[in-house]
Design a protein around this ligand. Structure first.
Ligand code: HEM
Length: 445
């Protein structure tokens, strides 16, 4: 799949991410399609940020980056009635909630139902600038729309920059697509059509032509119970085979085995006994592993990494290296943390008092192959990864259902852990992020 990609025409967040300090999500409902379209026509042509702009010199860049995606309800409202070929998208995320294992009583009311027609993603280094961009949209769109819900996310401060709220470096492992730059060691390279609609490798062949270079954006507001997570890892602190860890060290090891990476980002598959921040932060090193080691039995050996670890559940590299899985299930993540830092009062009471978590964003050409396989078929499935002869259990970070997990102990893989649910879905929506020409010529037409 060596397609020549028109980088000026593809929304930037899809392949590159906003790479800004702040990201504002503006979820909206369309009240007047005709008025909305007339604004969209000029706005999209000049203000929607492409990959080219994201990669251009900072002096050539606008103060804020803007991307735009529509739900099925929004497409219908705009009269875009072609079947885009993704039944999960068409039904909307609310109707998928119970299949995903969500408790919809935890959903933000804005996401309950199909009231959200679209979302603007506004990225910049200052909250004041993202707010100005929203105000500008409000002025231009007037009564044509209603903002239903806002979520502000931001990079965490100082040394925590790039880390999600539990403290682990995020955004390390994403696939890249053929023809878009060089791959880093260990990085998956997939056909463009795994991420972009109508490109080489898109498993769906019947989409409308305007879908070319668009991508499905899965949005989820995932609340994280950080003090509770910290308490649980301390209460369940594990030992290494030498038996010489303090409780703190045992809690740190347990957390690393739940994620498959240490807080620095270092993969436990490469550094099973201790964190190594040089390994964690070096892009030439921190993704170069596949769980396969000479002399180790892939069906039973969890000495380095549990089969249930979050990164192993959501990207079972050994299965792919063995040819037991194709690369169909890769997707590109572009989420950012929302909410304030944990306060002393929250730490000392081990109780979350203020909402914080992950504004989860993931792009793929087929939602059922990407996000939905990772969450539902893998994380929530006690028997995945297959071809193992140990009990596995759920992904201890994001698995939903009966949260029993095995393999966390380094000395007894069959010990079972009943893991508190630290990540609570507050709902979300499935969107399509079209090419810029599709926004102008189809969505605004
Ligand atoms: C990787 C945290 C939700 C899919 C990671 C990493 C962290 C992390 C720390 C390692 C960094 C990296 O490899 O880039 C979280 C947290 C979540 C969350 C705190 C919830 C609040 C999800 C969800 C999915 C997902 C809902 C999909 C259903 C992945 C994938 C990887 C990953 C595919 C890369 C695995 C690899 O290639 O090795 N996550 N995640 N995550 N996560 Fe999550």
């Amino acid at each position: 799949g060596n397609d020549t990609l028109p980088l000026v025409n593809i929304q930037g967040d899809i392949l590159v991410g906003m790479k800004k300090q702040k990201e504002l999500f503006v979820f909206f409902h369309i009240n007047n399609a005709t008025a909305f379209k007339s604004v969209l026509k000029t706005y999209a042509a000049t203000n929607i940020t492409s990959i080219s702009t994201l990669l251009s010199a900072p002096s050539a860049q606008p103060l804020a980056f803007v991307n735009l995606a529509f739900s099925q309800a929004g497409m219908t409202a705009l009269g875009v009635t072609d079947d885009i070929g993704d039944s999960v998208f068409t039904a909307g995320q609310f109707s998928d909630a119970s299949a995903l294992g969500d408790d919809t009583s935890n959903w933000e009311s804005a996401f309950q139902g199909t009231n959200i027609d679209g979302v603007f993603l506004i990225g910049s280094d200052e909250d004041t600038i993202t707010a100005q961009y929203q105000a500008d949209l409000e002025t231009k769109l007037g009564d044509a729309w209603t903002v239903v819900y806002n979520l502000t996310s931001s990079v965490r401060p100082d040394d925590e920059a790039g880390h999600e709220h539990f403290g682990y470096l995020d955004g390390i492992s994403n696939p890249t697509i053929t023809g878009f730059g060089d791959a880093l060691p260990g990085q998956s390279v997939v056909d463009p059509g795994i991420i972009l609609a109508n490109r080489t490798g898109d498993p769906v062949s019947s989409r409308p032509s305007w879908a070319l270079d668009g991508s499905f954006l899965v949005f989820r507001k995932l609340k994280q119970l950080v003090p509770e997570f910290n308490k649980w890892t301390l209460d369940n602190a594990i030992q290494n085979s030498a038996g010489n860890l303090t409780t703190e060290e045992g809690a740190t090891l347990l957390g690393a085995r739940m994620f498959g990476r240490w807080k620095s980002g270092a993969p436990i598959d490469l550094s099973p006994d201790a964190d190594n921040s040089t390994l964690g932060t070096d892009p030439e090193l921190n993704n170069n592993f596949n769980y396969i080691h000479t002399g180790s039995d892939l069906t039973t050996d969890e000495s380095r990494c549990p089969f249930s670890a979050h990164v192993r559940k959501t990207n079972p590299r050994d299965l792919e290296a063995q040819g037991l899985l194709t690369d169909l299930n890769h997707a590109i993540r572009a989420g950012t943390p929302y909410g304030p830092e944990v306060t002393d009062a929250e730490s000392s009471s081990n109780t979350t008092q203020t909402d914080r978590g992950l504004a989860f964003v993931e792009y793929q050409s087929v939602i059922s192959n990407g996000f939905r396989t990772q969450q539902l078929i893998w994380a929530n499935n006690a028997n995945f990864p297959f071809n193992k002869s140990e009990s596995i259990g759920l992904d201890p970070v994001i698995g939903q259902g009966t949260r029993i997990t095995y393999g966390l102990s380094e000395t007894n893989y069959s010990e079972s852990y009943s893991v508190t649910q630290f990540v609570v879905s507050n709902g979300g929506e499935y969107f399509f992020s079209p090419s810029i020409t599709a926004l102008v010529e189809t969505f605004a037409a």
